[in-house]
Write a protein that binds this ligand. Structure first.
Ligand code: ATP
Length: 323
């Protein structure tokens, strides 16, 4: 008997041809999974559709769209124990990258067909779901500046340009961070609270290696004294994270806890999972083991051989020796 799933599909996400995308998804999945396809609209979003699917008691929920769609759908699935599949078609695709899921339609569908799930933490940010991270200050301003028109025209470069533009307005703010154990007061240009973070979310990389299923959230505080220091701090975060080391500069701090209450002066914008959602103050708490998500098998995640593309390549398969 075929598996069945509710597919929540955002027809306006990303820069591709969504009719073609949906046709590809159906062609790959439908031979094995009966799909109940639900389209998001301006009025009825992915969260509402996923909530209804959870209520109906579907076997699996699959979401396809940008990070906004995936996060909204996943938020409704948290705590339900229904396995969740991701087919990314957005600009940044941070959700897929953070969980090691391919961001091609074919690759993502293969992961869902493979049926391997992993339980990861989720989080609650001011009463709304958060799967990846919340950015306060610099990142929120950057995401706010990269509008739909810029993303359609430039793709992920829209974020880079918005970041460079935002660097001109760089200003530190006062911040108070309260955990169950302590209260930290400092000034910062950026505070990021991460449950899971892709390597591209540089401002979340203070501790390097954020663990998706440890029941904890990681805060990274970046407090550069000027623009040059901001660039150096970002470069340091990128470099240290890529070799798996925690940041060592004095203008970068990080800590790990189950929950954080953060207030700022002046009030700062907050971006959660790629969408600007409001302003500080903010309370974020980890929901341990909140989401069961389809992930690639280890073999798919870490290829041990890559030869294609080499010049004049010939590969001769040898017969196994008889002794
Ligand atoms: N049918 C629709 N028509 C217009 N807007 C829609 C429709 N369905 C969803 N939306 C809007 O799409 C937004 C979510 O987009 P999503 O994040 O999935 O894609 P994206 O913006 O292309 O991705 P990224 O954030 O990676 O650029 C929400 O603001 C939602 O209201």
């Amino acid at each position: 008997m075929n598996r069945s799933a509710c597919l929540i599909f955002n027809p306006v996400a990303g820069q591709g041809d969504s009719d073609q995308d949906l046709a590809s998804i159906k062609a790959i999945l439908e031979p094995e999974i009966d799909l109940d396809i639900q389209m998001t609209t301006k009025e009825i979003g992915a969260e509402e559709l996923a909530r209804a699917a959870v209520k109906r008691g579907v076997d699996t929920i699959i979401a396809s769209g940008g990070d906004g769609t995936l996060s909204a759908a996943a938020g409704a699935v948290v705590g339900s124990n229904i396995p969740f599949g991701i087919i990314s078609r957005g600009t940044a695709n941070a959700f897929a990258t953070a969980l090691g899921i391919p961001d091609t339609i074919e690759g993502a569908c293969k992961v869902i067909l493979g049926g391997i799930t992993r339980t990861v933490d989720a989080a609650d940010c001011n009463g709304s779901p958060m799967l990846l991270l919340a950015g306060i200050g610099f990142e929120a301003e950057t995401v706010d500046k990269a509008d739909r028109e810029a993303k359609d025209r430039l793709g992920v470069l829209a974020y880079v340009l918005a970041g460079l533009q935002e660097l001109r307005n760089l200003e530190n703010f006062d911040v108070e961070i309260e955990t169950e154990e302590k209260v930290i007061k400092t000034s910062a240009a950026s505070v990021t609270v991460a449950n899971v973070a892709p390597p591209t979310s540089i401002l979340a990389q203070g501790p390097a290696g954020i663990i998706a299923d440890d029941g904890l959230l990681d805060v990274t505080i970046v407090a550069p004294v000027n623009k040059a220091a901001a660039i150096a701090a970002a470069f340091h975060l990128f470099q240290s994270a890529s070799v798996g080391n925690g940041a060592e500069r004095n203008d970068i701090g990080y800590l790990r806890a189950k929950q954080f209450k953060i207030t700022t002066d002046p009030v700062q914008k907050i971006v959660v999972d790629g969408e600007v959602v409001g302003t500080t103050p903010v309370e974020i708490r980890c929901i341990p083991a909140g989401l069961k998500v389809f992930v690639p098998s280890i073999e798919e995640e870490e290829p041990v051989e890559k030869l294609e593309g080499l010049p004049n390549l010939i590969i001769e398969e040898k017969q196994p020796s008889s002794d």
